[in-house]
Structure formats: structure tokens, C-alpha cells
Design a binder for this molecule. Structure first.
Ligand code: SF4
Length: 197
């Protein structure tokens, strides 16, 4: 059966048993994904880090704390799969190198994203985080991540493009004060608009 023909729970079970790139995953496969059919907001980020791989809970780390504050939503809302879908570019922790975590496995998004995303409402808000998600989902992106994020008005109301909320990006946030002053209030308004309907 084609993946697109499966119901959501069957599809999620198949994904949770996925071992397609096992030989490239130093900690082994543990797909971490959250999807409910009513989720009107989907977060498309990078890949779980080691801490999330160990807990099995997406964005349960300082990056997640900051992301929830950017969206201005509670942990309860964030972890309700019928409010927020979490579909990273790679579902399993890809291991790390000297400079940080390895890139998301390239096998993952082409294999699983389309059948998962088609289960969601067509008018969903896509929260695009980081370079890899931008490359797949923002075809009219600018030359750099910063320029694309700065063009946020071009993408709303369907998408919002964010830098990674990792503490590693504190310097970026300091250098780009317009992000907190202008982009985040617009993002929060859009999120509230969705949550109140
Ligand atoms: S990263 Fe994706 S493709 Fe690779 S094993 Fe995990 S779920 Fe499967």
C-alpha cells in the first residue's frame, strides 16, 4: 500500500518502526514526531538532539523553552498533537561532530513528510526553523537565512521562517534586534488568531 493511503495512526506506527538509515545513526533509530489531524500549526525543524533522543519528547530542552516563548504558547498546547504538529527534517538523532549535531538525515523528509503533511489541515501555519527546512519548504528564500527571516512579511500568513531557537544563536538574536521587536509580535498574533478559531 502506498504511504499516502494509510490512516494517520498506521502511518505513525510505520514511521516509529523505521530503520531506513540505521547505519548512519550512532545512537540508533528513535523517530520523534508528533502529528494529529487537526493540528493547524506544524513546526518543521531540524532533528532531535541527544537529550531529546534520550527522553523521546520533542523540543524538551532549552531550544524548546525558547520556541514556546517565541510562539507564546504553553507546554500543554505545544504537546497536544491536535494543536501543534512536530515534523522535523530528520526524525532521529543524527549524532554529533565537533561543531555540533550532524545534519538531519537526508533520507527522512523525502520519505515521510508528504504522507504526513497531507493529513494536516490545508490552511495550516508552517513554522520553518533553520536552514534545512528552509531549503525544502521556502523555494523563494533569500540568499542567507538572516535575509529570509528578515523577509517574514512575505511569508505570513501561511509560513513563518525562524532561526533556530538554540542558545547557540544568542549572538544572532543580539545582532538582529528587529527579530524580537517586529517578527515575534507578528508571529504571536498569527498563532493566537489560529488558536482562537
Ligand atoms: S531518520 Fe527518518 S528515515 Fe532515518 S531511520 Fe529515522 S525515521 Fe527512518
Amino acid at each position: 500500500m502506498a504511504t499516502t493511503d494509510r490512516d494517520l495512526s498506521g502511518l505513525l506506527n510505520t514511521i516509529r518502526a523505521c530503520t531506513v538509515c540505521v547505519e548512519h545513526l550512532p545512537a540508533g533509530p528513535r523517530p520523534i514526531v508528533q502529528v494529529g489531524e487537526s493540528a493547524a500549526i506544524v513546526i518543521i525543524g531540524q532533528a532531535p538532539g541527544r537529550r531529546v533522543h534520550e527522553s523521546g519528547v520533542p523540543w524538551q530542552d532549552p531550544s524548546g523553552d525558547r520556541l514556546r516563548s517565541w510562539l507564546d504558547i504553553s507546554a500543554e498546547q505545544f504537546y497536544d498533537p491536535n494543536v501543534i504538529a512536530i515534523v522535523p527534517m530528520g526524525f532521529c538523532y543524527p549524532g554529533s561532530a565537533k561543531s555540533g549535531d550532524n545534519p538531519p538525515r537526508p533520507e527522512c523528509a523525502p520519505l515521510w513528510h508528504e504522507p504526513l503533511l497531507e493529513k494536516l489541515p490545508a490552511n495550516r501555519l508552517e513554522v520553518i526553523i533553520g536552514t534545512y527546512a528552509q531549503q525544502r519548504y521556502v523555494p523563494d528564500r533569500a540568499a542567507t537565512l538572516t535575509e529570509t527571516v528578515a523577509n517574514w512579511q512575505q511569508y505570513l500568513p501561511r509560513q513563518v521562517v525562524l532561526p533556530h531557537p538554540s542558545p547557540r544563536n544568542n549572538h544572532w538574536l543580539k545582532k538582529n534586534p528587529w527579530f524580537e521587536a517586529d517578527t515575534l509580535p507578528a508571529l504571536r498574533n498569527r498563532v493566537q488568531e489560529i488558536l482562537s478559531t
